[in-house]
Design a protein around this ligand. Structure first.
Ligand SMILES: Nc1ncnc2c1ncn2[C@@H]1O[C@H](COP(=O)(O)OP(=O)(O)O)[C@@H](O)[C@H]1O
Ligand SMILES: [Mg+2]
Length: 413
């Protein structure tokens, strides 16, 4: 009798396991179907949506407890769109921004004799020409599309309003061969060419030497010129995406400022998602550090705010993170967690849990500790007010270049 009962129990357990397994499989397929239907529904209603799967996201319901929950959910939000100049490229002809319709016109390399190297960056080496009038920016082998984009952006800007003027473009044949051997092996780089861009030579003084010696009036003058360049490029539908001191050339003798390095320049289209690996760490806007892809011209205004604060406080950079997460930590240390929290909730963004643990109790600070004996007449009330209106998490509330130009700081004596 006992073996019979034992046998029966084993059979029942076995049947239950099979049944449970069957239910799990069924559940999986039903859930997939529901997800598909839901996605279709959302797509119909919204311009864009985000699916966070099993990612950790901040749950607005639990936010008062500062807790994180691991939820499987859909987060839906409309694309965020620039407050200004949002429709410029929609109104423009397609041939302004569509790189497939653009062919580079190459000049003659024999017109230029390169002399000593005067600069270099991630993407190029820059040489002075023998005649000391021009510089040659020799681009490192990169995709043809990226080269086209820099040239097209420079052509649209035409060197007006403190943007560097492109004079010529030529192919460097020796380099072309080198380029082919190096990067064309990479499948992304079909059609590899090494190209040189020719610009007017600006007798630039290194910012580390120049900025600490600028007077109050000179700072005001140059910052105004930089804002003019930014407002102009934004009005042309172009984001710079790498505003920082080494990309701002200043010929101090002639009081001339030129915004250079349009290598990360990009045409703005409302709601479009862009790569967030742009800008240099100390100048990266919070939205880039939070992986918000539908950013706009306002990333340049954050970078301008950082640059301006650095000049005014006579410090190299005000937020110096050792990596991207730490960069955000440095920002929150100054601007506090509460405003960031609001911004995350409103934009359905999430914060890395490790960063959250570090920053969750950070209080907003004012900028007065940055003021010292050396900078006190430059870092006046108006300058600090301008910094505070530029360095805000919410890119919609950040001043635009035009608004910054109208700020009291530029009106005072
Ligand atoms: N027209 C110019 N006149 C003088 N110096 C220049 C000029 N263009 C570039 N440079 C110098 O070369 C450096 C690198 O040029 P940039 O355009 O910023 O290239 P990258 O994309 O490699 O950073 C600049 O930081 C600057 O010091
Ligand atoms: Mg540069």
């Amino acid at each position: 009798m006992i073996p019979f009962i034992q046998n029966l129990i084993i059979k029942i357990i076995f049947i239950l396991i099979i049944f449970e397994f069957f239910l799990q499989v069924l559940d999986f397929f039903i859930e997939k179907e529901i997800e598909k239907e839901f996605e279709k529904e959302i797509e119909k209603e919204f311009d864009s949506f985000y699916f966070f799967g099993n990612w950790k996201i901040q749950n607005p319901i639990n936010i008062s407890n500062n807790t994180f929950v691991n939820i499987k959910n859909y987060c839906i939000r409309k694309s965020s769109i620039s407050r200004v100049y949002s429709q410029v490229n929609n109104k423009n002809n397609k041939d302004v921004w569509d790189l497939d319709l653009f062919n580079i016109k190459y000049g003659n390399p024999n017109n230029y004799k390169k002399a000593e190297k005067i600069g270099s960056g991630k993407y190029s080496n820059v040489y002075l020409c023998e005649n000391k009038k021009y510089v040659i920016k020799e681009l490192k082998p990169i995709s043809l599309n990226k080269i086209k984009r820099e040239i097209k952006v420079l052509e649209i800007l035409e060197g007006k309003n403190n943007t560097i003027k492109l004079l010529d473009v030529f192919k460097n044949e020796e380099e072309e061969e080198e380029g082919k051997n190096q990067s064309c092996l990479d499948s992304r780089y079909h059609n590899c060419t090494s190209v040189s861009l020719v610009f007017e030579y600006i007798e630039n003084i290194n910012y580390k030497e120049l900025y600490p010696n600028l007077t109050k009036q000179e700072i005001k003058y140059y910052m105004k010129q930089l804002l003019i360049a930014l407002d102009y490029s934004h009005s042309k539908g172009i984001m710079h995406r790498d505003v920082k001191p080494s990309n701002v050339l200043i010929d101090h003798q002639n009081h001339r400022l030129e915004l250079c390095d349009w290598g990360l320049g990009e045409f703005y289209h409302p709601g479009k998602e862009y790569i967030v690996r742009v800008a240099t760490r100390y100048y990266k806007a919070p939205e880039l550090l939070l992986q918000k892809k539908d950013y706009d011209y306002s990333v340049d205004m954050w970078a301008f705010g950082c640059l301006f604060a650095g000049v005014v406080f006579r410090s190299n950079a005000i937020f110096k993170g050792s990596n991207n997460s730490d960069q955000l930590v440095k920002i929150v240390e100054q601007l506090g967690f509460n405003d960031l929290d609001q911004y995350l909730i409103q934009n359905h963004l999430f914060l890395d849990s490790e960063v959250f643990e570090i920053v969750k109790y950070f209080e907003k600070k004012d900028f007065s500790p940055f003021v010292n004996e050396e900078n006190q007449d430059i870092a006046n009330q108006n300058a600090i007010d301008l910094i505070e209106k530029l360095l805000v998490y919410d890119s919609k509330k950040r001043l635009t270049a035009r608004e910054a130009l109208e700020h009291q700081y530029f009106q005072e004596e």
